[in-house]
Design a protein around this ligand. Structure first.
Ligand code: UT7
Length: 320
């Protein structure tokens, strides 16, 4: 008997405060026009001082649990993908476990920056396929605003805060759920996107430093390559994909990947305009948005892909 893992439900949470491009014009030397043209971002959500990443993660996880019709005791483990934990330790995952009153089981964070959700999904999928877990809560949650230098226009206009979650569940039906996951990193490129601080160096979280053009170039090439790998491995063609759900960093990267696939933009989930770049939260936020708006339907084939600091990148093919 082959075990697979299927997405039982999705959830998400965005902090109430919306920061528009117009408002950013009063903070740094930028324009709404530049931000929209270069990135596609119109606004982003920013968490308040007393709203740490765990607050976002807990609310997204609660939302996914409510949508699932399950009880807290039905969840065996929690994995949170995040780069912005509340504290150096404990993990955000144990806070989610406690807040939802889940039973004892594994709870840990995964750090792969913007690819974090794909990494976490892959780990949860392996746990389920091995037979050791029946259901795992997988969350992507970030308070990216806490890593921003609000005087640096090259980064502060790009990011936002939020969280998304899925409940992965064991299934005995073949060709359902997560069909394949693909994970990569090239640590030689770690200096393209990083923070200028950390626990064992400055003792502070630091701020985001990005060599945007270089990251952009890598993203376009590596996303095209990994998408090709996913299609070949699963013997599917771009026409078989119902929805491309990419990491939401820049609309130009998203359209570039869609063009390479020959997919029209009406089969691509885009939320970067409303959310900005929410790092590990961006894909589960986009997925939940598309599920709740009725775009993504049961049985459809979804292609998820992301790239982030590390550089890390990854993809997943899912029969939803
Ligand atoms: O999520 C992880 C992965 N991250 C990504 O995938 C992001 C990849 N990179 C990008 O999305 C783009 O490189 C950016 C959106 C970050 C930047 O766009 P770009 O087209 O690569 O612009 P640039 O950095 O080359 O800057 C072009 C110009 C510069 O001025 P000069 O030197 O040409 O006079 C910048 O100083 O735009 C200027 N600039 C700005 N102007 C107004 C940079 N930031 C701003 C700003 N407002 N916020």
């Amino acid at each position: 008997m082959t075990l697979t893992s299927v997405i039982r439900s999705t959830g998400s949470f965005l902090p109430a405060r919306i920061l528009t491009n117009k408002e950013l014009e009063t903070i740094v030397d930028t324009t709404d026009e530049w931000i929209v043209q270069r990135t596609g971002i119109e606004e982003r959500h920013i968490a308040a001082k007393d709203e740490p990443t765990s607050f976002l993660a807990i609310n997204a996880a609660k939302n996914a649990l409510e949508s699932s019709g399950l009880r807290p005791e039905d969840i065996d483990g929690v994995i949170v993908a995040t780069t912005t934990p509340d504290q150096s330790f404990p993990s955000v995952a144990v806070k989610v476990q406690a807040a939802l009153d889940l039973k004892p089981g594994p709870a840990f964070d995964v750090q792969a920056v913007c690819s974090g959700f794909i990494y976490a999904l892959s780990v949860a999928d392996s746990m389920i396929r091995s037979g050791s877990m029946n259901r795992v809560m997988v969350v992507g949650a970030e308070k990216m605003s806490s890593l921003l230098d609000w005087t640096d226009r090259s980064t502060c206009v790009l990011f936002g805060d939020g969280a998304g979650a899925v409940i992965l569940e064991k299934s005995e039906q073949e060709a359902q759920g997560i069909l394949s996951t693909h994970l990569y990193a090239n640590g030689r490129l770690n200096d393209l996107l990083y923070t200028d601080g950390g626990v064992s160096t400055s003792g502070t979280a630091g701020h985001i430093i990005m060599h945007g053009k270089e990251v952009f170039k890598n993203a376009v090439t590596l996303m095209a390559d990994i998408v090709e790998e996913v299609l070949t491995k699963n013997n599917v063609s771009p026409e078989n994909i119902d929805w491309l759900i990419p990491h939401q960093a820049n609309l130009r990267i998203i359209t570039g990947t869609a063009e390479k696939l020959g997919m029209s933009m009406d089969r691509v989930v885009v939320t970067v305009n409303k959310h900005g770049n929410t790092s590990a939260a961006s894909i589960p936020l986009a997925l939940d948005d598309a599920v709740r708006s009725g775009k993504v339907q049961r049985g459809q084939l979804l292609l998820l892909e992301a790239l982030g600091g590390g550089l890390t990148w990854g993809a997943a093919l899912i029969r939803f």
